[in-house]
Every structure is written in structure tokens, then in C-alpha cells.
Design a protein. Structure first.
Length: 602
């Protein structure tokens, strides 16, 4: 169409189009302007005003993430911790709460806040391998954070928020990829494992490029103030000066500081430690029931035979310390199950020369095992589980005892699942899901004492007890923690007339193990074990004593020594006046208190 033709066509169309102008809105606006309103319905105006006020961010200190967490209600100390990291520590902090107070929740709050503010996108979270899937689940479900578990090499770059184990991240070919990425935030769980700056873990974390960094640990100081210096230097280099100046300015001995006020001030800039004893958090009761059991004649004969064998071997070795613990382990295994000691004896038999008289003595013990047809402890466990009629976790130190219990409960129609080291993280996660949903019983070895959260269960049976009280507390901490709504019932099985009876006496009566709060117990034990470990001390006592009365006397002496250390620690806290000693007040690693709501049943 030519231009002249197009103009003619438009002219003809306009002749048939009628245009109308509505000026009513202008007249209404002019009228309101003359009379200063009304501009709108006052009810609607108030609602609009309230809506604006509700969404108003009045200060930088307010956490915006709280309105984005419909399935989580954080506790006050967790919110305050997140605020302090945001406003005072600028995203670099050591979260050192005692076990069970929710360091993971605090880290999740901080991460979510920085993400909402647009300050964080690329995140690396390094945790023990057994906790990878647990971290992913919590971040996904509680915080709506799209974290993934690292499985393939490409995921480091493709995914923004990756959860992985330290061992995976630091080895080839992953190491070069990870070190080549610039992270907005790094989170490290179980950060006390970084205390030695000579380790590959420390050097790897130090080389990572990160803007914000959170280190999570319940025990920031274990043996030496230098460990604390290393952690803080990893987080904020120069915060405590060079190592030489730190040593001269702040350290008298390994655990004895000087210039406490100044050190306290420096620590408060990078570390937060909430304690159970602060009173801000309420826990349910611990109800402990000790259950002594009389072995059958066959079981007692086996135990006596193993005890004679162990003492004879110890004397033949000339009191060799190296063989001491392994020998006493035989006694402990007999107290757990015939299956546990059978495997150890068979392995000893295979390694012994065919012409050695020792071989015949070992075989005689194996023959005694054949005569044991029942397990007194397993029978008691069955009785307890049937009376509890609820989810129960059973802890044992030995894989063979775990396998025996699984089979025993299966024969009695009780659904049970295992949890142990050696399982890959996928299988561990599957076992947790089965226990949560279908199985009544979880039977765990010591791998179950670390990291996993079992607040949906409040019954725990110690089938056998570790000699290290911290490991006992770690077991209990799996169920007696934040989120537990029921009183936690703990059943300790011990066999009369055996080494177990003495151990329970020490843990319960002498150390008051079940009434101490973790976070203090570790420090007392560390001070107590300056010369030798508690386990070595107990083993030597058992092997060198000639009678039960002598063992009891030595246990009494051991208990009194522990009480002395405990009193010294309490006195140091009192003398520190709450703030003067930074290790006592900022880290709070030495306060001892009883659970006000705890109960111990005979």
C-alpha cells in the first residue's frame, strides 16, 4: 500500500470511531483537594498502616529470617547467638555451646539470615561423614535451605550449598576444586579437631577462601591454651597477636592464663558459649536405674576362667603396660556376651604358635564358651523392652554383642535395627529412618554415641558400659538434649562379681557420672588424667589386686582423688568471681553442677 493510500485509509477509519473523554476522576480529585480529603476509607488506611509497620525493619540488629521459618521456633539463646554473630562478630565466630544446646540451629539461623540479606550464596559445610545427611536434612526441612550432600565431583561447582566430610574435601581430585572456589561462608562442625596447626586439616581450612566462617565445637579447650590460640587464629588471624606474644601476654602454664581481663575481652569478640547451667534452658529429668544381674553358673565359670587366664598372662608378661588393656578387654567382653569374647579368643588362638602351651589354654576357654547356652543380660533386655513398650536405644561396645542382640530380638518378634561404624552414610541414614518409623529398637555401637539426634526416643539401655565417663555422657546426650519432651530413662546393666560391678560403682557412686553436666566433666577428667588415663589406671588396678576387698579399697581411693580434683576446679571457678578467668568464664569448661531435676534409682 502506497503512503497516500494508507493516509486515506486511516482518515476513513477515524470518521467511524467515536472518542469519549471521562473527566469524572479529575473532578473528584479536584473536589477532595479543595476540602483536604477524604482520601480513603479510614479502616482501610489503618490496615495498610499496620501492614507497613509489621513489615518494617527497624534496625540492622533484627533477624529477618525468623519470619521465613514456619516449622522452627528457635530458643532465646539461639536467637541471641545469631544476633551477636551478625552484629558484633561480622560473621566470623566460634560457636562453643555445651553439647545438646543446638549449635546446628544457631549455625542454620546465621546462614539463613545472611542468605536473606543477599550477602551469602556460595556455602561449604564440612562435618563428620556420619553427619552429612543429618545436616542436609535439618537445613532442608527446618530452614528451607537447598543444601545438598556432595556425591559427585561436579557438585562442588554446580551446587551453591554443599555439605561434605572433611576427608572427602581435602583429598584429590576434590582438593584443587574446593580450593579454587571462593566461598561466601564456611561452616566447620567438630572444629576442635583443627586444634593442631601442623595437621593437614588445619592447613586445608586455612587455605580455603572464605568471607564468613563459623567453627562449631563443644570443647574449644581440651589440653592446652595453645589449642584455643590456633582455633582463633584460623578464624581471625592476628586477633590474639603472634604465637610468641600470645604466650608471653596471656599464658602462665598450659591451662593457666594471665592478664585474664584482657584475654576475656579478646575471647568475647570471637567466641560464644552457652551452658546448661546458665538456667536459660530447661531440660527434662534423667532417671537412672542401675540393674545388677547374677550370671548363670556357666557364664560365671567362663568369666572366672577368663579372669585367671588374664592375670596369669599379665604376670608372665612381667606387668607389661602395653598388653594390659587388651587383656582386660577379654574380661569386659565376657561381661557383654560369649560371642564377643569368642571372636577375640579365636583370633588369639590363630596367632599363637602351634607348639605353645598358651594355645591349649585358649582352647580350654573356647570349650567353656560352648557350655554357655543363654545370655543373662539379653534376657533382661527382652524383659525391659517388653515392659517399656516404646522405642528404645541399646548401646554396646562390641559388634559381636550387637549381632547377637539383633538375632535374639528377632527370634522374639521385636523389630530392631543396627547402627555402627563402617556403615556408609546412606545406610546409617536409612537405619535412622527405620528406627524413627518402624523399628522399636536401635542397637548401636559407639558410632551411635556421636552426632545423631534421637529426641523422639527417651529410653536407653547401656548393655555394657565404657570405662571412659565422657563416652557414657555422649551416649546419653543422644536422647537427653534440646527437643526432648519426655523424662529420659537410662538403664545400666551390670553383672555381679565381675569387673562391671566395680566400673559401675566407680561411675555412679564415686564419680557421680550421671549427675555431672557434659562440658564440665571433660575438663575434670583431663585434669585427673594428667599422668595416666582412667582406663589404664583401672586396668592395672584390676590386674594387680588380689581380692575384691582390695579392688574396693583402690576404687575408694580413686573416687576420693576425683573428688579432690572436682573441688579444686569448683574453687577455681569461685575465685575467678565469674569473669576474672577467661577459661572459666568465657569458655565455662570447668563448672560442675548436679542436675536439679535428676534422679538416680537403685
Amino acid at each position: 500500500m502506497q503512503p497516500t493510500e494508507r493516509k486515506e485509509h486511516v482518515r476513513q477509519l477515524n470518521e467511524h470511531v467515536e472518542l469519549h473523554y471521562d473527566r469524572e476522576w479529575f473532578e473528584q480529585l479536584h473536589e477532595r483537594a479543595l476540602h483536604n480529603g477524604p482520601w480513603d476509607d479510614p479502616v482501610m488506611f489503618r490496615l495498610a498502616l499496620e501492614a507497613e509497620q509489621a513489615g518494617l525493619i527497624r534496625s540492622f540488629d533484627e533477624l529477618q529470617c525468623l519470619t521465613h521459618l514456619p516449622s522452627l521456633v528457635p530458643m532465646e539463646h539461639q536467637i541471641e547467638t545469631a544476633k551477636k554473630v551478625l552484629t558484633e562478630m561480622r560473621g566470623r565466630a566460634i560457636l562453643a555451646d555445651e553439647v545438646g544446646l543446638g549449635k546446628t540451629i544457631e549455625a542454620g539461623l546465621i546462614l539463613k539470615e545472611y542468605m536473606i540479606r543477599g550477602l551469602v550464596q556460595k556455602v561449604l559445610i564440612l562435618v563428620p561423614a556420619s553427619l552429612v545427611l543429618q545436616w542436609v536434612r535439618e537445613l532442608n526441612q527446618k530452614f528451607g535451605i537447598p543444601a545438598v550432600a556432595q556425591k559427585k565431583e561436579y557438585m562442588w561447582v554446580q551446587n551453591d550449598i554443599v555439605v561434605a566430610s572433611m576427608d572427602t574435601a581435602k583429598r584429590d581430585p576434590h582438593r584443587d576444586i574446593v580450593l579454587g572456589i571462593e566461598y561466601d561462608m564456611l561452616i566447620v562442625d567438630e572444629a576442635h579437631k583443627l586444634k593442631n596447626k601442623k595437621t593437614t586439616n588445619y592447613r586445608f581450612i586455612n587455605e580455603l577462601r572464605k568471607k564468613y566462617c563459623l567453627l562449631l565445637t563443644a570443647t574449644p579447650v581440651q589440653n592446652d591454651l595453645k589449642e584455643l590460640y590456633n582455633l582463633i587464629t584460623l578464624l581471625k588471624p592476628g586477633q590474639l597477636g603472634g604465637q610468641g606474644s600470645f604466650q608471653s601476654n596471656y599464658v602462665v602454664g598450659k591451662r593457666i592464663p594471665k592478664n585474664e581481663d584482657q584475654l576475656q575481652q579478646e575471647l568475647s569478640k570471637v567466641m560464644i558459649r552457652n551452658r546448661r547451667s546458665d538456667g536459660n534452658v530447661s531440660f527434662t529429668k534423667r532417671i537412672v536405674r542401675n540393674i545388677p544381674l547374677q550370671l548363670s553358673d556357666e557364664e560365671q565359670a567362663l568369666y572366672d576362667g577368663v579372669t585367671d587366664f588374664v592375670k596369669t598372662r599379665y604376670q608372665e608378661s612381667g606387668g607389661d603396660i602395653g598388653s594390659m588393656l587388651s587383656l582386660v578387654t577379654l574380661q569386659r567382653e565376657v561381661c557383654s556376651s560369649r560371642d564377643a569374647v569368642f571372636i577375640t579368643l579365636v583370633n588369639m588362638f590363630k596367632k599363637t604358635d602351634e607348639n605353645s602351651p598358651l594355645r591349649q589354654r585358649i582352647w580350654e576357654l573356647v570349650e567353656k564358651i560352648r557350655g554357655v547356652k543363654a545370655n543373662t543380660k539379653a534376657e533382661k533386655v527382652l524383659e525391659l523392652i517388653e515392659s517399656i513398650n516404646d522405642k528404645t536405644i541399646i548401646f554396646t561396645e562390641y559388634r559381636a554383642s550387637q549381632e547377637y542382640l539383633l538375632q535374639y530380638l528377632k527370634e522374639h518378634k521385636i523389630p530392631a535395627v543396627p547402627y555402627r561404624g563402617g556403615m556408609n552414610r546412606g545406610k546409617k541414614d536409612w537405619m535412622m529412618d527405620l528406627f524413627r518409623g518402624r523399628a522399636q529398637v536401635l542397637i548401636a555401637t559407639e558410632a551411635g554415641g556421636e552426632g545423631i539426634n534421637l529426641q523422639f526416643c527417651h529410653h536407653m539401655i547401656n548393655f555394657d558400659l565404657p570405662w571412659n565417663p565422657m563416652r557414657v555422657e555422649q551416649r546419653i546426650g543422644r536422647v537427653h538434649r534440646l527437643g526432648q519432651k519426655e523424662d529420659v530413662k537410662i538403664y545400666n546393666l551390670s553383672t555381679l562379681g565381675t569387673i562391671e560391678e566395680h566400673i559401675l560403682s566407680l561411675l555412679h557412686e564415686k564419680i557421680n557420672m550421671f549427675e555431672l553436666v557434659i562440658g564440665q566433666l571433660d575438663t575434670i577428667l583431663e585434669r585427673f588424667e594428667q599422668k595416666t588415663s582412667l582406663e589404664s589406671h583401672l586396668a592395672k588396678m584390676i590386674l594387680t589386686s588380689n581380692s575384691k576387698d582390695e579392688i574396693r579399697r583402690q576404687l575408694d581411693d580413686l573416687g576420693r582423688s576425683f573428688t579432690v580434683v572436682k573441688s579444686q576446679v569448683e574453687q577455681e571457678l569461685n575465685e575467678s568471681a565469674g569473669l576474672s578467668n577467661p577459661v572459666n568464664s568465657s569458655l565455662h569448661t570447668v563448672r560442675v553442677q548436679q542436675y536439679g531435676s535428676g534422679e538416680v534409682q537403685p
